[in-house]
Design a protein around this ligand. Structure first.
Ligand code: NAD
Ligand code: UGA
Length: 477
């Protein structure tokens, strides 16, 4: 088996052309011009976008990477079966959302798409193939994948590797170009070496870690849990700062200079979002419960509880500060993506803040540089879905009547009673705030959910500024 692996030229297939599959495969194709990389997806319109100049994923620098390799050794298509047949390394990068129904609903990972991929691979394969789990999965998923693959009736054989992805959105290209590490878990040394050889084209060997399968699967969930825990920890302290007059950014700096703690991921915010932190922690919690580790489960669950508290606290503060009512007041929402430099809005804190403000009957004028109106409206409808997935007519009407999506930050703030900064887009720091102030009602409230605005300067202009975990500034206008 070893010689079979080593002697075959590498042809890669990736199932799933999303935020992970697209950028990771584009980078492999860019760095390895002699390897044919075929990315496939069931979603025709997503594939069409990957083949166009309007990629489905906004990432700084990604367009150039894709354009360098596309048509040379990088292909996007919906031919899942053909791509599986031709490849000797098959990545699975499909979505693994939180289960919305049945046993483990709201916690466990929904592995339906992974299983379908494994069955499709078993069905279409001949010879020997290396199957790589790129999606984030519960520990021991590879066992199930191996069993399904073993059922292949056509004599095909497989090695299964775990190669979780650590890129962050907004910095995907840089993260893929110079990752802190690449992690590869597997049982077959030859298969592991084959994948090491691919990454080894541009990543120093000492940054490619190899482990057993289960350590690799669990390390991915653990990394996300630790990162999210840091955000919840600093956000918990931000509440105490607001109560005591301490400044959370000063506290973060003071503790972050301790080399044992480090400065990264200590930015207090309106709450973490994104498709993965909450999903992966809930999955970890479910796994712990499954193994009877209830105290461990409760410990990690608190990270999500604290994040929910932080979002609620922010919207409640807006209502309280604005004389206990925002009904019929216009609030400008600056930023809807879950972080800057991405068009991704999955689990964005902005969705929750907007929901809370809509329930208070505020009129929202939303601006995000990268998120289209249809996406904003669909996310807002999504948050009002009931247990059966239905949005009531009343909620649809509420969104229709109270939400306007506008093409720039100035028009969002025109005639507004308040501004809520919910994503840390750089352009918000460069706005002409005098102009913004002139167009607003008095008092001109600004709620900075990202601590990016210069509160002191803005208060001199007349704004009343409320940030996360910092003293408030009351303007004099
Ligand atoms: P995504 O939803 O953007 O993309 C997944 C794609 O898989 C979709 O386009 C979907 O149509 C396709 N798909 C689903 N089932 C399929 C099938 N049977 N055949 C072909 N295509 C199929 O998801 P994503 O954000 O790219 O995440 C993928 C995985 O990577 C998840 O497990 C996630 O936890 C993990 N991850 C995501 C990130 C991130 O930044 N988004 C980072 C690291 C890891
Ligand atoms: C995160 C991890 O950083 C990646 O390593 C991982 O691969 C990925 O999840 C995944 O598995 O999907 P991502 O969610 O893209 O990446 O972005 P992050 O930079 O981690 O930010 C997550 C959220 O936390 C954002 O809403 C961000 O605004 C918030 N955050 C982050 C803070 O509020 N404060 C911080 O200090 C850092």
């Amino acid at each position: 088996m070893t010689s079979k692996i080593a002697s075959t030229p590498t042809r890669i297939c990736c199932i799933g052309a999303g935020y992970v599959g697209g950028p990771t495969m584009a980078m492999i194709a860019k760095q390895c011009p002699d390897i044919l990389v075929h990315v496939v997806d069931l979603n025709q319109s997503r594939i069409d976008q990957w083949n166009s100049s309007e990629l489905p994923v906004y990432e700084p620098g990604l367009q150039e990477v894709v354009e360098e390799a596309r048509g040379r050794n990088l292909t996007f298509s919906t031919d899942v079966e053909g791509a599986i047949r031709d490849a000797n390394i098959i990545f699975i990068a499909v979505n693994t959302p939180t289960k919305a129904f049945g046993i483990g609903a709201g916690r466990a990972a929904n592995l339906e798409f992974i299983e379908k991929c494994a069955r499709k691979i078993a069905e279409c394969s001949t010879g020997h193939k290396v199957v790589v789990e790129k999606s984030t999965l519960p520990v021991r998923t590879a066992e199930a994948v191996k069993r399904i693959l073993k059922s292949a009736a056509n004599g095909a054989t497989f090695d299964v590797l775990s190669n979780p992805e650590f890129l962050a959105e907004g910095t995907a290209v840089q993260d893929l170009l110079q990752p802190d590490r690449v992690l590869i878990g597997g049982e077959s040394a030859a298969a592991v070496e084959q994948l090491v050889a691919v990454y080894g084209r541009w990543i120093p060997r000492d940054k490619i870690l190899t482990t057993n399968l289960w350590s690799s699967e669990l390390s991915k969930l653990t990394a996300n849990a630790f990162l999210a825990q840091r955000v919840s920890s600093i956000n918990a302290i931000s509440a105490l700062c607001e109560a005591t007059g301490a400044d959370v950014d000063e506290v973060a700096k003071a503790i972050g200079t301790d080399s044992r703690i480090g400065p990264k991921f200590l930015k207090a915010s309106v709450g973490f979002g994104g498709s993965c932190f909450q999903k992966d922690i809930l999955n970890l919690v479910y796994l712990c419960e499954h193994f009877g580790l209830n105290e461990v489960a409760k410990y990690w669950e608190q990270v999500v509880v604290m994040n929910d508290y932080q979002k609620k606290r922010f919207s409640a503060r807006i209502v309280r500060t604005m004389f206990h009512t925002v009904s019929d007041k216009k609030i400008a929402i600056w930023g809807f993506a879950f972080k800057k430099d991405t068009n991704d809005t999955r689990e964005s804190a902005a969705i929750h803040i907007c929901r809370d403000l809509l329930e208070e009957r505020a009129r929202l004028t939303i601006y995000d540089p990268r998120v289209p109106e249809s996406q904003v409206r669909s996310e807002l409808e999504g948050i009002f879905k009931d247990a059966l997935g239905v949005v009531s007519e009343r909620h649809k009407q509420l969104i229709r009547d109270h939400v306007t999506v506008v093409p720039d930050a100035y028009s969002a703030a025109e005639n507004a009673h308040a501004i809520a900064v919910l994503t840390e887009w750089d352009e918000f720091k460069k706005l002409d705030m005098e102009r913004v102030f002139q167009g607003m009602h008095r008092p001109a409230f600004l709620f900075d959910g990202r601590n990016i605005m210069d509160a002191c300067r803005l208060s001199e202009m007349g704004f009343e500024v409320h940030s996360i975990g910092r003293p408030s500034y009351h303007g004099n206008a």
